[in-house]
Design a protein around this ligand. Sequence first.
Ligand code: ADP
Ligand code: 5GP
Length: 210
Amino acid sequence: MPSDNDGIMVILSSPSGAGKTTLVNLLSKKDNFEVSISHTTRQPRPGEVPHKDYYFVNDKEFRRLINNQEFLEYAKVFKNYYGTTRTPVINNLNRGKNVLFDIDWQGADQIKNKKLDYKLITFFILPPSKKVLLERLSNRHKKENLIVEERIEQFERDVLHWINYDYVVINDDLNKCYLKIKNLISAEINHGSKDYDLEYIRNHVEKLTS
Ligand code: ADP
Ligand code: 5GP
C-alpha cells in the first residue's frame, strides 16, 4: 500500500508531437514535482540540454545499463532506445516527491505491470486534429520531412493505446490542457470530484482515426 508520505508517479504519454514534453515542463513547475530524466541513444535536438532533457548515451552504455538491471522500464521508440533508471525515481518517491514521466506506451505498460507501492496516475495526450499535429511536427522538425512523415505514420498505431490510460486529455489550448491535468491530479490526490467525460474522448479518438 502506498504511504501518505510517499510521492506519486504521474505518466504522460502521447503520439509524438501532441505536446506531452511541453506539458511535463509546465507541470514540473508545480510544487513538489520532479521530472524523471530518461536515458536515450538518440542524438540531441538543437536546444536540448544533456542531463536536463535526457542523458544522451551510446548503444554500448545503454546495453550496460540493461545488463546491470538499472532500468525501471526501457523501450525502442523510432529506432532509438529510451529508458528510465530506477534509483533516482525511487529515491524521489521515498523523499515524498512526485515524479513525472514523459514516456511512451510501452514504458507506461511496464511501469503499470510492476505494481509498485506508489500511487500511479496515467495520462494520454491527444492533439485536437491530425492537421494540427502535422503543423506541430513540421514546426518542431523544420526541413526534416522524413521524420515528420515517420511520426505521422506512427500516430495511427500509437493512438490506439489511449484505452489503457486513466485519463485522456486533448491538447488544444495549452493552458486549458495544463489546468485539466493539474485538476485531475489534485482530485486524485485529494479524492475530490473529477471533471472527465469519457464519451467525449471516445468520439474524439474516432474522429482522429476515421
Ligand atoms: P511531444 O513531446 O508530445 O512529442 P512537444 O511537447 O515537443 O510534443 O510539442 C510538439 C510541438 O508542438 C512543440 O513545438 C510545442 O512547442 C508545440 N505545442 C505543444 N503544445 C501546443 C499547444 N497547445 N498549442 C500550440 N503548440 C503546441
Ligand atoms: P523524443 O525523441 O521525441 O524526445 O521522444 C520519442 C518518444 O520516446 C516519446 O514518446 C517519449 O515519451 C518517449 N520516451 C522518452 N523517454 C522515454 C523513456 O525513458 N522510456 C520510454 N519507454 N519512452 C520514452
